[in-house]
Design a binder for this molecule. Structure first.
Ligand code: SF4
Length: 252
């Protein structure tokens, strides 16, 4: 297990960065605590979560995405028109960071800032993700950050199932190339799409899931959600500590 001193160090780091949360007390229900569907509430008694499949229909593997190297993969994404999102994007948002990273963070889809800048997790949510990464004793450049979708859904709506299916081979190839020791799924949609389940996020947290290839996945809240519900940052920190134990090969 991670030592308490290590966790304290992470908390100190957050405090130094001016993040006024990671409260020690469990939050109680009350005003301002309403959460969106799938990201609601405290953990419930653990119900078994199905093993991850992350299966992709064979038809969508056509085109050899599963054999592409990094540069060819990036080029393929940049010109992709496989779903309707290509019509409204400013540019694709491929992913960023260390391509040999031990840690991989996967979000939902680009937002307005990401669509403009071509990089995932910029803006306020990106700043919080950076703080979360640094609280783990890592630098943002040391991890790999990507999204389930590479193009922004209009008005930040949820991705449609067919968009996820068509875009999934790109993320799968990124995971296969990075070969991370742990993946952190950021938010309900990323978790559902990675794990191939529709279980509420509260029941996906706190345990180690595995993709079909065996890659461990830890589920936590999306930084944008944490900005709206800062009291949940304590739970997110617990998730990150679990992911750190997985990355270190420690008992969970
Ligand atoms: S979201 Fe994915 S599948 Fe759709 S156009 Fe963009 S890169 Fe292609």
């Amino acid at each position: 297990m991670a030592s308490s001193s290590g966790q304290d160090a992470g908390l100190r780091h957050l405090a130094l960065m001016g993040i006024p949360v990671w409260a020690r007390r469990r939050p109680t229900a009350g005003r301002g605590t309403a959460l969106p569907p799938g990201e609601e509430g405290p953990d419930r008694a653990a119900a078994p979560v199905p093993a991850a499949t992350a299966a992709v229909p064979a038809a969508h593997r056509d085109g050899g995405v599963a054999t592409l190297g990094w540069e060819a993969l990036a080029e393929r994404v940049a010109v992709c028109t496989a779903c309707e999102l290509h019509r409204t994007r400013t540019q694709t948002v491929f992913g960023t960071g260390d391509r040999d990273a031990d840690w991989m963070f996967v979000g939902e889809a680009p937002g307005a800032d990401e669509d403009r800048q071509g990089e995932p997790f910029v803006g306020r949510a990106g700043q919080l993700l950076t703080a979360m990464i640094e609280a783990l004793g890592l630098r943002r450049e040391q991890v790999y950050i990507g999204n389930t979708l590479k193009c922004r859904p209009p008005r930040n709506r949820d991705p449609l199932p067919e968009e996820v299916v068509r875009c999934r081979p790109f993320l799968e190839r990124q995971i296969a190339l990075v070969q991370p020791r742990v993946i952190v799924a950021l938010g309900r949609i990323a978790a559902h799409n990675l794990l191939g389940v529709e279980t509420p996020l509260a029941r996906l947290r706190g345990r180690v899931h595995r993709l079909a290839a065996g890659t461990p996945v830890i589920v936590t809240y999306h930084p944008a959600f944490l900005l709206r519900s800062p009291r949940e940052k304590r739970r997110a920190w617990e998730d990150l500590c679990l992911a750190r134990r997985v990355a270190r090969g420690e008992p969970t």
